[in-house]
Every structure is written in structure tokens, then in C-alpha cells.
Design a protein around this ligand. Structure first.
Ligand code: 5GP
Length: 194
């Protein structure tokens, strides 16, 4: 998706060879028109998969997931990283390892928000090592529901997440695929293919 690539080139900051900072439009500030376009693009790519629900992870997945839910006319649920004091009901819970921060985080969703009949499209801001995506897939499976696919705003294709998910048979649609962050520069996978 050309628009997201333009935002990455113009506003993204390469922190090091592994990490891209996109605080000005996705991770801290949010660009509403870009999110609307992202939602429409995901809706187009997943329109034939009959998803009943979108699942994402707070907080940066919520904006693109909400616009996708609006475009696909389906429900939206986000997994929480911390247990809220009002979350007294039964939870589906799993552990997500962050390689970037070298920490383990519990994520959870109330049991009454995911049903066995749900067909769940997972949306997230970044795909790196695939741990967040695998955690969300685990929550869907705990509910006895099925995963229709994964929509990723920014995929770092030089990290193993995409292959791990493909090997498990999931459909993945990434709007920007970064093949390298070397030399303080963003290179997209489609630039290499040209
Ligand atoms: P994974 O679980 O695939 O290794 O990493 C996915 C999660 O880590 C994303 O939800 C995102 O929050 C965070 N993340 C991974 N790599 C980056 C990065 O380069 N930049 C930013 N801003 N977040 C990242």
C-alpha cells in the first residue's frame, strides 16, 4: 500500500537495524485519514473471508482495527495487556514474549467476548517475530473460534514472524513490507522485486 510506505519514508525514524519508530502516525499520534485508508484496504483484502469479529492488541492495534471493523461491518475486540479492575469475569489468557524488550507479558480477553462460532480476523500494527500474533491466535483457539487471517500494517520481513505464520497455514496481508532497516534506511520488499 503506497500511502503507508510514504508515511514510513517521510515520518518513520530508523532507531537501529531492528526497530522502526512510527510515533507520529501509528504508535503515539494517530493519523485519522491514513487509518481510514488502512481500514478500507484491509476490508478489500479480507472481504471474502466472512469474518464476524476483529481481534487486536491494545493499544496501537486499535485504530487500524477499528477502521477495518467499520469497513467490514463486524465487531471489534481488543486483548488487554494489563488486567483492568473491572475485568472480574473469566478470561482467556496467554503469554507473549517480546524480543525487543526481552519481557513476557500476559494478554487476555473476557471469555464472553469470543464465541466458538466466531470467525476472527486478527489485526496488528507490526509483525516482527510473530509472538504477538501467535498470542492472539492462541486466545481465538482457546475460545474454540477460528482465525480467518492476519492483517498487519507494517511487517518487518527480515524477521521470522511472517514465515512462522505462513508455515502454520494462515493468510497474512501486510500493507507495508520492510526488507531492511540497514544503514539508517528503510528498504521495502517490493523495491527488491522490481
Ligand atoms: P512480534 O511479537 O511480532 O515480535 O512483535 C510485534 C509487536 O512488537 C508489535 O505489536 C509492536 O508493538 C512491537 N514491535 C515490534 N517491532 C517493532 C518496531 O520495529 N517498531 C515498533 N514501533 N514496534 C514494534
Amino acid at each position: 500500500m503506497e500511502l503507508i510506505e510514504q508515511f514510513i519514508v517521510n515520518e518513520g525514524k530508523v532507531i537501529n537495524e531492528q526497530v522502526l519508530k512510527v510515533d507520529s502516525f501509528l504508535n503515539h499520534a494517530i493519523h485519522p485519514k491514513l487509518m481510514k485508508e488502512i481500514g478500507n484496504e484491509f476490508a478489500e483484502r479480507f472481504k471474502n473471508d466472512h469474518s464476524t469479529k476483529i481481534l487486536t492488541l491494545e493499544s496501537s492495534g486499535i485504530a487500524p482495527a477499528l477502521m477495518t471493523a467499520l469497513a467490514l461491518n463486524c465487531e471489534l475486540v481488543f486483548a488487554r495487556k494489563r488486567k483492568s479492575i473491572t475485568m472480574t469475569e473469566d478470561l482467556f489468557t496467554t503469554t507473549v514474549h517480546s524480543y525487543t524488550k526481552n519481557t513476557d507479558n500476559e494478554i487476555s480477553v473476557s471469555r464472553n467476548l469470543l464465541k466458538p462460532s466466531d470467525r476472527v480476523l486478527i489485526i496488528d500494527d507490526f509483525l516482527a517475530n510473530g509472538q504477538a500474533a501467535l498470542g492472539l491466535i492462541d486466545l481465538v483457539h482457546q475460545a474454540g473460534a477460528s482465525v480467518t487471517g492476519l492483517g498487519i500494517v507494517i511487517e518487518k520481513s527480515f524477521q521470522p514472524g511472517r514465515q512462522i505464520l505462513l508455515d502454520k497455514g494462515y493468510k497474512i496481508e501486510s500493507l507495508a513490507r520492510i526488507s531492511s532497516l540497514s544503514n539508517k534506511k528503510v528498504t521495502f520488499a517490493n523495491q527488491l522485486e522490481e
